[in-house]
Design a protein around this ligand. Sequence first.
Ligand SMILES: [Zn+2]
Ligand SMILES: [Zn+2]
Length: 408
Amino acid sequence: MRPLPRSLDPLPDETLTGFVLRLAHRLGTTPAEVVRRTGLARGDRPGPPTRLPLSFQHHLDDAHLTDFARATHLTPAEVTDMLLAPLGQRYGPLNPAFTPRITPARMIYDNPWVLTRSTRYCPPCLAGNGAPIQDRHGGPWQRLWRLPVIFLCIQHRRLLSHQCFGCGMPAQSARTANALARLSDDALNPRQCRSAQARSAPTEQPAAACGADLTQQGPLHEEPDPVTMKVLLHVQRHLANLIAAGGPDTTMSAGAPVPVAHYFADLRAVVAMIFRTWPEARPYSSTPALAATLDAEHASRTAQAQPLLKTAGKKKTSKPYTAPPQDSLAMGAVLDIASLLLATAEPDEARELLAPLVQRLRDDDRALSIYLRRPAWISTPMRTAVRDDCPAREKTCTRRVGDSGPQH
Ligand SMILES: [Zn+2]
Ligand SMILES: [Zn+2]
């Protein structure tokens, strides 16, 4: 792999795809050409590459990593820092211990707890910080925006957007399983929406790109009321501090300290429990606006689950309840409750708080109840807090609230 004549310094927390877009823009060429000349596409097909595998945002094998680093004048460590896989050290849904997958490429497959087909974003961050290089090619498309638990930009005190205001498509989404849309389009700034209208026949001319300037995206929601915004900022600060490199090694989950990656695995399970058993956890919403947001979110999930009940064969009726919300306000609203339920100081307290959800889930959806509580999904203290059986010697048994077994 020959080094490119010029390259770029990666911006803080920049994704690989964001870097490819900025580099192509700087070199005045197509992302496809950058993909080819950096070794991300092997020359086994004639013509420019048409696809960048989704998994390349997550993980590169040694050969791809070395070639890409050499071509872009970066160190392999700098390239690794643009990938999502390293976030798994602190983020359970990307950690092999809590999301068992055979290979790194499989880790992102059907894993709604990492965004690989689209991204959230903060328009002012995307506009850049005023440095000349960012004025020309935009600010970084950030890695953390790919984690559903990041829903708010603390710097700009603004809920993240997830779609384009011009065409309504999820931001940075491609029609096929492709990490970058319109690889052969050299006319767009990295800040612009790359979505295109669908072609009705494969022979038709490709439609023009939407091209909307995503930095001009207005807020998706009316600004939440000040108390709600304060709650959301607090929740986001807490979670962002845990995810940040150099953050604490452990944090409290279900009444005991656990490694941070375990905490995020627990958070994922509690979010599913909250949605599947709603409105059991409604009293824990910090503000009426957040509770109302979750009422609406739950109604839309129930509407998605209903048709699945009527279909034959393997039913995936739990699926609409287990994915994190796309919308950042709904995400913040459910994380407000989930983080509160996990923040107890004592195991007994965690068990009491979670008992109504555990029981309702067991009664309504036995399969999901078992799935969410398996060892490869949640931390040890969380398993203790949500388990069915309870040895008689433990006093938690006598303190269980309303736990009289399944009622049918
Ligand atoms: Zn921002
Ligand atoms: Zn668009």
